[in-house]
Ligand binder design. Structure first.
Ligand code: GDP
Ligand code: IMO
Ligand code: MG
Length: 428
């Protein structure tokens, strides 16, 4: 079992941080392969709560080496402040390894993110404003700045100037924004170089050697399947590939090396930012899910939009990721509902549709078709085995499993590490 991918099966915030942390004690490496500090992963260890944005959740497991892969976009200021925040709380971060090929989020990428959203007005994506999209745009445009550029002042200078030549025209002429001074950007970036240098290595070599040596490597996705730039609800997506294939490109590991793909699946659905969401609730049930589930963004503090479980999405996640397992989270949040509706298919223009429509227009018109399952009222947070769950909770899990296309191998019944029912091991 050398390499596993763990990713979000919905629109993010499914509980990837908790799931990664849970496995952290048994794996040798935890690798972020895409995204950046748009992520917000909450990990609860005993009475301590950690909010991680850029660092892999494995950083909290002492035996584990955390890796930031080439597919990640790194804001150096955020990186250093997250590291020092953990150090102050006694977490050893010295094992961190960062790819020299990862791209850097520069101050002007953050500026462009913010002014673009403002310019879009009511058509905005609702980004996290962290410069994610513009940094990936620079990468694809071949005008990006990489971590390794920090260590060659002359190259850094040339690249920042080249990027700003064009961007300053756009900022000034289109957005009526003052020009960014290349010299200041270079100076700020160079200020980070010495603090980051010691972490940088050839991470593809490191990870491939580790896998060949039989070490266990866990690739931790940020965001989720429906936020994937290729497979998500485009254009209301992030600018990278959280889906399983992203682990290969974002870490330089071939698909033949990956043996397991675990989809983290919330027992209901949430979304932050704009875009279609067929099962979204605007009533007291939606408010109750938000309150009981604590559905407030870890990164931006925005309220999350909430709705019932959507099996069409779960099936889609199984398909595009080749999921071998699900980790169902937050089952405890549903305790107390007499009846729990679950979306089993959509009605689109009068027709029943079982699979996620590829057409954006159809998806915007999709109305959920619900089946209602009986709820339970018993406290489930202390349950350690599937058999200890109330019969109706067991039936809810079994129904979701049948609809979603992959076995549910673990169930979250609370935010803590130990508030988990493990049904099948992820590490066989
Ligand atoms: P991530 O971005 O996928 O890591 O998820 P977030 O951390 O943004 O949001 C998930 C939230 O749910 C966090 O506050 C977790 O502590 C919490 N959480 C995770 N699993 C469970 C669970 O099984 N039950 C409950 N009640 N909370 C959970
Ligand atoms: P984790 O890893 C939920 C959403 C933003 C916005 C869209 C694009 O905690 O699950 P971006 O800043 O990435 O360009 O914003 O994606 N988004 C997330 N939503 N969880 C996340 O991360 C997210 N990261 C980005 O709200 O709609
Ligand atoms: Mg999150």
């Amino acid at each position: 079992m050398p390499a596993l991918v763990l990713l979000g099966a919905q629109w993010g915030d499914e509980g990837k941080g908790k799931a990664t942390d849970l496995l952290g004690g048994s794996v040798d490496y935890v690798v972020r392969y895409q995204g950046g500090n748009n992520a917000g992963h909450t990990v609860v260890v005993g009475d301590q709560k950690y909010a991680l944005h850029l660092l892999p959740s494995g950083i909290l497991s002492p035996g584990c080496t955390p890796v930031i892969g080439n597919g990640v976009v790194v804001d150096p200021a955020v990186l250093l402040s997250e590291l020092s925040g953990l150090n102050e709380r006694g977490v050893d971060t010295s094992k961190l390894v960062i790819s020299g090929n990862a791209h850097l989020i520069t101050p002007y990428n953050i500026t462009v993110d913010k002014v673009t959203e403002r310019f879009l007005g009511k058509r905005k994506i609702g980004t996290t404003g962290r410069g994610i999209g513009p940094t990936y745009a620079d990468k694809i445009n071949r005008t990006g700045i990489r971590v390794q550029d920090l260590f060659d002042e002359s190259i850094l200078h040339q690249k920042v100037e080249a990027a700003l030549d064009f961007k300053n025209q756009v900022l000034a002429k289109l957005y009526n924004h003052r020009a960014v001074v290349a010299e200041q950007v270079v100076e700020e970036m160079l200020g980070y170089a010495d603090q980051i240098r010691g972490y940088v290595a050839d991470t593809t070599l490191l990870l491939n050697n580790a896998i060949d040596d039989g070490k266990v490597v866990l690739f931790e996705g940020g965001q989720g399947t429906l936020l994937d730039v290729d497979h998500g609800t485009y254009p209301f997506v992030t600018s990278s590939n959280p889906t399983a294939g992203g682990a290969c490109t974002g870490a330089g590991v071939g698909p033949t090396k990956i043996s397991r793909v675990i989809g983290i699946l919330k027992a209901y659905t949430t979304r932050v930012g704009a875009g279609p969401f067929p099962t979204e609730l605007f009533d007291a049930d939606g408010e109750a899910l938000r309150t009981i589930g604590g559905e407030r963004g870890v990164t931006t503090g925005r309220d999350r939009r909430c709705g019932w479980f959507d099996a069409v999405i779960a099936r889609y996640a199984t398909r595009v990721n080749g999921l071998t397992d699900f980790f169902l989270t937050k089952l405890d949040v549903l305790t107390g509902w007499e009846q729990i509706p679950v979306c089993v298919a959509y009605e689109i223009d009068g027709k029943r549709v079982e699979e996620l429509p590829y057409s954006q227009t159809d998806f915007h018109h999709a109305k959920p078709i619900y089946e209602t399952l009986p709820g339970w009222s018993e406290d489930i947070t202390k349950a350690k085995t599937f058999a200890e769950l109330p019969k109706n909770a067991q039936a809810y899990v079994k129904a979701l499993e049948e609809m979603s296309g992959a076995p549910i191998s673990a169930i979250g019944v609370g935010p803590g590490r130990d508030e988990t029912i493990q049904i099948n091991s992820f590490l066989d």
